[in-house]
Design a protein around this ligand. Structure first.
Ligand SMILES: Cc1cc2nc3c(=O)[nH]c(=O)nc-3n(C[C@H](O)[C@H](O)[C@H](O)COP(=O)(O)O)c2cc1C
Length: 274
């Protein structure tokens, strides 16, 4: 897999950008973004598409807005997906890879699942029958963070991540995984840990059984948190490719692990070797 950018470096460079300069994103850059989307290998099967939306007042007079959360952005990508039961993980996986690609081009982005006027943006795009419109992101060049943005980041603890011993386990969510035992897979898990998530809730939990990494979501939100796990799995898989680790994503039998009510199994990475 050739992702076209340095994965670990880009994972660290990415941050949610909520304040933008007035520099426009050129047509050539937009074409590169759409061309890159076509190269992304989606292991979860629901089709995912993006459409550019210029910020202006919608035809129905409603303002294309983000409730003040995003400032200065003139361009957005609206994300649509086939309404299948794997839509959430498909959107997370595919769009995070696109987000990392855009980061590598020097662009800023911010996953938006809630803080935008969905009805007004929906008027500006094509949503085929049987498709959904769950996510929007501004796309543009980052400007200095506003105070409001800093306050928001502090409120949701956006600069911090949960410690690995609370996320990665060697059995049924009780014994923390000793990262020294998993070789270069420690880098895959660390890059997963750094991923963005809705409200920075970091709902991913991982069990390593000696041969496979099993990915679960923990949290009360269904769609957004399964989507978050798709984002995390993308970081894991791209890092495995960067480190030359072979394996494959599949559904495994995880019935031996007792799941709390707010947990859901998403997928497993079966290692060719550890
Ligand atoms: C699925 C998803 C939905 C999100 N929705 C919003 C949103 O509606 N508004 C917002 O300001 N940020 C939103 N975020 C951004 C998160 O708050 C952000 O990723 C998290 O706080 C971590 O910060 P970082 O991205 O700078 O690392 C969302 C992120 C994800 C992954």
């Amino acid at each position: 897999m050739n992702t076209g950018f340095a994965v670990s470096e880009t994972v660290r460079a990415r941050t949610s950008v909520r304040t933008y300069t007035s520099e426009t994103v050129s047509q050539k850059t937009r074409e590169k973004i759409l061309a890159y989307l076509q190269t992304i290998d989606n292991p979860f099967g629901a089709k995912v598409n993006v459409q550019f939306v210029e910020k202006k007042t919608a035809s129905n007079g409603e303002k294309l807005g983000t409730y003040g959360f995003i400032k200065g952005a003139a361009l957005f990508i609206a994300v649509t997906a086939e309404d299948k039961d794997t839509a959430a993980e498909s959107v997370g996986y595919v769009i995070e890879q696109l987000v990392l690609y855009m980061t590598s081009l020097g662009l800023g982005t911010c996953w938006l699942g809630g803080t935008f006027n969905k009805t007004a943006f929906a008027e500006q795009i094509e949503i085929p029958d049987g498709w959904i419109f769950p996510i929007l992101s501004p796309v543009g060049y980052p400007a200095k963070q506003r105070i409001k943005e800093k306050v928001f980041r502090t409120a949701i603890n956006a600069n911090n991540r949960v410690a690995s011993e609370k996320l990665f386990f060697s059995d049924a969510f009780t014994t923390p995984l000793d990262l020294k035992t998993v070789g270069k897979y420690a880098d895959c898990l660390e890059n997963l840990r750094l991923a963005p998530s809705a409200g920075n809730k970091q709902p991913w939990r991982v069990i390593f059984d000696g041969n496979a990494f099993h990915f679960f979501k923990k949290g009360s939100m269904q769609f957004m948190q399964v989507l978050d796990v798709g984002i995390g799995i993308n970081h894991f898989v791209l890092t495995a490719a960067e480190k030359g680790l072979q394996g494959r994503l599949e559904k495994a039998d995880v019935s031996r692990y007792p799941l709390e009510k707010d947990m859901k199994y998403v997928a497993s990475w079966v290692c060719d070797n550890v």
